[in-house]
Write a new protein. Structure first.
Length: 558
């Protein structure tokens, strides 16, 4: 029995040892895999790339009089490789001189480190093919190289400079007006004043011209000069390119103009190597009453295409308008009726304006955001002495109105002379008829009384937001829906004396799906002509019957 127990213990011990070995092997394998993964995931930072390259290049130098001291890194858009611009100093003939080299590194390997100058632009021209642009300050020169990673070894060849690389060299790509003190700014630049230059004097048109900095400091791009054009109301920074006889480019980069009424700010930007944008923003105060202040802003954006010679061609112009109002709230006017006025306007040989009697709404009193009022009276008054001319009827349904829409309102006089006597008349919504057509009340102007009198003859419905007038045929047109998808059109013919000559009415009926048009002519209260089903041959489109009917009436009455 003891013998069997011993054998069993021995077997269990062997199994346990084997399991320990397997566990140990697994842990060792996992640890090795983790170290391998960490080794693969380790990526050098730009600082480490630069440090390694500087150490390598300095070890290769054969003289202690030279040293690489710093470097910068550039990448193409796809980051498939890096370009390292190396900056060094050398002592030659007792003087320190700067020198630059360029290294190309891909997948951790240095392809080359002997390109002269520093890279400032990289273009991806095809798959695995790039064009790099370099600047050698010591030689005042620019160069381009084609790099092809598909070739073995990697091909690097000097190439033609095809792109507008001057864009990348611009020290400023955006221009905004930043002169705080105009007098001081130009007083300390007296030596920059341009005198006796016929071309610039012509452009200045009586103003002064001051030379500013060049747009680009490069011998290859000479003549890109900027100037300040200064007069009593404006300062404009312009790019002027010219030959001996004429101006080739005249572009406003930045500036400001104030003419006493409006302020215009100019700014611009070189968006890329072919697109230039200019911005012109004009702000003008449009309202300045006790109850509202408002400013209108007109913005103009111009897009230009330009080339290496900085010749500009206009592509398009986009204009935008907006107005910002700043209504004013006075606690002292709570629970009071007060006046707000429109801006003056000319009408019937008089200068008039609207006077509104208003009160703050309860909602506004509780929270004046926005400031709304209810209107209790709308009066037309003379601007010269505020004398009364006419009281207009109010809307049938009164709604709160934002105070900025009434105060300093830009009222537009309608071209509405319904009786063709040469004087402008009024038309106001009066309510709705039984078929829910909006009706409009007409008030004729009486020059002998200098006021407006309601005329019931011309009052009537209209499916348009006003009563239609046909000037050529001296008639007023009233349109309405009369139920069951039927419509009516009434034409009122006006005589030379402004009185009604006759009325013609057209209306539709529908029976069993058939549409019939009827006609009636009346003079005064008498019907002088009447016809039924006058469009028998017409095939009507039931889905668009309203428009077809109205167009048919229009053509018939021409």
């Amino acid at each position: 029995m003891k013998k069997y127990i011993f054998i069993l213990g021995f077997i269990l011990a062997q199994v346990a040892c084997k399991n320990d070995d397997v566990q140990t092997t697994k842990l060792t394998t996992d640890a090795d895999s983790l170290r391998l993964q960490q080794r693969k995931e380790k990526v050098l930072t730009d600082e480490q790339h630069i440090k390694n390259m500087l150490r390598k290049k300095n070890n290769q130098l054969q003289t202690k009089d030279s040293v690489f001291y710093t470097a910068t890194i550039k990448r193409p858009v796809d980051s498939s490789f890096i370009v390292m611009n190396l900056y060094g100093k050398a002592k030659r003939q007792g003087k320190l001189q700067e020198f630059k080299k360029t290294a190309i590194i891909k997948d951790g390997k240095t392809i080359t480190s002997e390109i002269s100058g520093s890279v400032f632009r990289i273009d991806n021209v095809a798959k695995n093919q790039y064009k790099i642009y370099t600047h050698d300050a010591s030689q005042h020169s620019y160069a381009a190289f084609d790099v092809d990673f598909d070739e073995e070894p990697v091909s690097i060849k000097k190439a033609t400079k095809t792109a507008n690389f001057y864009y990348n060299l611009l020290p400023k790509k955006t221009f905004t007006y930043s002169i705080d003190n105009k007098d001081k700014f130009f007083s300390i630049r007296k030596d920059k004043l341009v005198l006796n230059d016929t071309i610039l004097d012509t452009l200045a048109n009586g103003g002064k011209v001051y030379k500013s900095v060049a747009l680009l400091d490069s011998q290859e791009a000479a003549g890109l000069n900027t100037y300040y054009f200064v007069d009593s109301v404006s300062v404009l920074e312009k790019l002027i390119i010219r030959d001996t006889a004429r101006v080739l480019t005249n572009i406003t980069l930045s500036g400001k103009r104030f003419d006493g009424v409006s302020t215009t700010n100019y700014s611009s930007a070189f968006v890329n190597d072919s697109i230039f944008q200019s911005y012109e923003v004009t702000e003008k105060q449009t309202k300045n009453s006790a109850h509202v202040v408002a400013y209108a802003t007109d913005s103009v954006v111009r897009n230009y295409r330009y080339n290496k010679n900085f010749n500009f061609s206009l592509l398009n112009t986009n204009a935008y308008q907006s107005e910002q109002s700043y209504p004013q709230f006075y606690k002292a006017l709570i629970d009071s009726t007060f006046y707000v006025y429109s801006k003056p306007f000319a009408m019937n040989k008089q200068e008039l304006r609207w006077r509104y009697s208003v009160r703050y709404t309860r909602k506004t009193v509780a929270n004046p955001m926005p400031i709304e009022v209810s209107v209790s009276k709308k009066e037309l008054i003379k601007n010269v002495d505020s004398s009364f001319v006419f009281e207009a009827p109010l809307q049938p349904i009164k709604k709160p109105i934002k105070i900025e829409t009434l105060s300093e309102q830009n009222y537009k006089v309608s071209d509405f002379d319904i009786n063709f006597d040469g004087y402008t008349d009024f038309s106001f919504p009066e309510g709705f008829d039984l078929n829910q057509n909006a009706t409009y009340a007409v008030y004729l102007y009486r020059p002998e009384k200098q006021t407006f009198i309601k005329n019931n003859t011309f009052t009537g419905p209209s499916m348009a937001p006003y009563i239609l007038i046909d000037k050529d045929n001296k008639s007023a047109i009233y349109t309405s829906k009369i139920g069951n998808n039927n419509y009516s059109a009434r034409i009122v013919k006006i005589g030379d004396d402004g009185k009604v000559l006759y009325k013609e009415t057209y209306w539709s009926t529908q029976t069993g799906g058939k549409i019939k048009i009827h006609y009636q002519k009346s003079q005064g209260n008498a019907v002088v002509e009447k016809q039924n089903d006058i469009a028998k041959s017409k095939n009507w489109n039931a889905k668009d019957f309203k428009n077809e009917f109205l167009n048919w009436v229009k053509e018939r009455t021409q």
